[in-house]
Design a binder for this molecule. Structure first.
Ligand SMILES: [Zn+2]
Length: 150
């Protein structure tokens, strides 16, 4: 199965199949601010699993993203290592029912032509912090001095 061929998400979830591969930076246009050509590739693995009796996609993603620290305004790389289980509802009505039981549920509606790149982009965008910051003590002193000057 070609990594980039659209696939039926519900059928994949039920089949217990696995799919893994890499996506190039240019295949993830919504992440063009956060990925750089030298990041080479985002690795992913997708498995069809059962989660609480529901067919689900388990998505693991390894990616290095570049974020702008909001304290010193310099770019820094952050490794993302994501492992998400996304139940797949048959339709909107089923999704609404699941969400009424569990408002925090992160679920998908069945898509007969899901593109794994879109799914990977969504998960990376969700994982990027709203206010990126270096770990404490790792800010760029030059950047801090510059920011402090105004
Ligand atoms: Zn910083």
């Amino acid at each position: 199965m070609s990594a980039r061929r659209p696939f039926d998400s519900l059928q994949f979830a039920k089949s217990g199949e696995s799919l893994k591969g890499t996506l190039r930076v240019e295949e993830l246009p919504r992440l063009s601010d956060s990925l750089r050509p030298e990041d080479v590739a985002v690795q992913y693995r997708l498995d069809g699993v059962l989660a609480s009796g529901r067919p689900a996609l388990r998505l693991k993603v390894e990616a290095r993203v570049w974020l702008t620290c909001q304290l010193c305004m310099s770019l820094y790389p952050e490794m993302l290592s994501l492992d998400t289980v996304l139940p797949v509802a048959r339709n909107e009505a089923e999704l609404a029912r699941w969400e009424s039981l569990d408002p925090m549920l992160d679920a998908l509606v069945a898509d007969p032509g899901l593109d794994v790149a879109v799914l990977v982009e969504d998960e990376i965008l969700l994982a990027i912090p709203l206010v990126p910051m270096h770990p404490e003590g790792e800010c760029d002193p030059a950047g801090l001095a510059l920011v402090g000057k105004n």
